[in-house]
Design a protein around this ligand. Structure first.
Ligand code: CUA
Length: 336
């Protein structure tokens, strides 16, 4: 059993390297807010870079002139003192003007980040140590569903993400789409995402939140509205009963062991809410918050020994023999 578990972990990890792909750069902007932030960053870089160069240039000229004259500085006369006063006055005025301009640009950009009206989609996102729970909201309670570590959003429509914390402070950050927003327990923050074109954008928790902070990633998958609606309808459905005998046995093992205490699979008696909803786990690109790609091998590795794959995570080791592990991984991999 131990050997089987090690093999499963090895296979899973081998497949898992570089599991979470997608753009994650604030310079590679694909959303309105990300573009505004990138432009602001560009403006600051150009202005501050120019000031820096001018200061260095002035310094170099001063040094060069002193060396060329070869004299000790004389006591300043009335004329040179007046000239010095004018130079300092102009420099102060330019500095005030530059800083005021940059402050205004920063203020305008910040206002623009929150000024997107008409939210088409609302997602309640909870940050946990160390994964993300996304609840897609709807007026009709039967159209509300939970998923994890992945957001699907329609292209061109503003998506309101309500950020709720339960344990420690996390920070929601998808550099290619928007700025950062902290997730603070006991306080409701929100951020609006709007993707300009379809794509996979990687996000990352941006506030140190414990041992697995670096493994608290997620994907935002922006799709054409019709694909998004099809995905949403599929997510609303309960899990299909397993078609093959091994997966069916895996479901029985899942329900007989302690898995259902933490995980829900709609359409089965499993209704736990402590861990990710697994109803359509195989439809997601990654498991364990962006750590591994969703393959049967990595599912087996994760179940076999979560504390080796992600030390400190809340997922406990549920003792399974090799046959049970194979069956459970077949079942989870079938939950499309
Ligand atoms: Cu959550 Cu860092």
């Amino acid at each position: 059993m131990r050997a089987g578990r090690r093999l499963a972990i090895g296979v899973g990890l081998g497949l898992g390297l570089g599991g979470c792909s997608g753009s994650q750069s604030a310079l590679d902007a694909h959303g309105a807010q990300a573009s505004a932030l990138r432009d602001l960053m560009g403006l600051f870089t150009v202005v501050c870079g120019t000031v820096w160069l001018l200061v260095l240039l002035a310094l170099a000229v001063a040094v060069w002139r002193r060396r060329a004259s070869g004299r000790e500085p004389a006591e300043p006369g009335a004329t040179s003192e007046r000239r010095l006063g004018i130079v300092v006055g102009v420099a102060v005025a330019l500095t005030v003007l530059t800083i005021t301009g940059l402050t205004f640009a920063s203020y305008r950009t910040t206002r623009g980040l929150t000024g997107i009206a008409d939210e088409g989609v609302t997602i309640r996102l909870r940050g946990y140590q160390w994964w993300w729970e996304a609840t897609y909201q709807d007026q009709a309670p039967e159209r509300v569903f939970r998923t994890a570590n992945e957001l699907r959003i329609p292209v061109g429509r503003p998506v309101r993400v309500e950020l709720a914390g339960v344990d420690v402070i996390h920070s929601f950050w998808v550099p290619s789409l928007a700025g950062k927003q902290d997730i603070i327990p006991g306080r409701q923050n929100e951020i609006t995402l709007k993707a300009e074109r379809p794509g996979i954008y990687r996000g990352q928790c941006a506030e140190f939140c414990g041992l697995q902070h670096a493994h608290m990633a997620f994907l935002v998958i922006a799709e054409l509205p019709e694909n998004y609606e099809a995905w949403r309808s599929a997510q609303l459905r309960a899990a299909e009963p397993p078609a093959d005998p091994e997966a069916a046995r895996g479901r029985d093992v899942f329900l007989a062991k302690s898995c259902k205490a933490c995980h829900a699979i709609r359409g089965t008696p499993a209704g736990g809410v402590l861990g990710p909803d697994l109803t359509h786990v195989a439809s997601r690109e990654t498991i364990a918050a962006g750590l591994l790609p969703t393959t049967r091998g990595s599912l087996a590795a994760w179940v076999a020994d979560p504390q080796t794959v992600k030390p400190g995570s809340k997922m406990p080791l549920v003792p399974l023999d090799a046959d049970e592990l194979r069956a459970v991984s077949a079942y989870l991999a079938s939950l499309k």
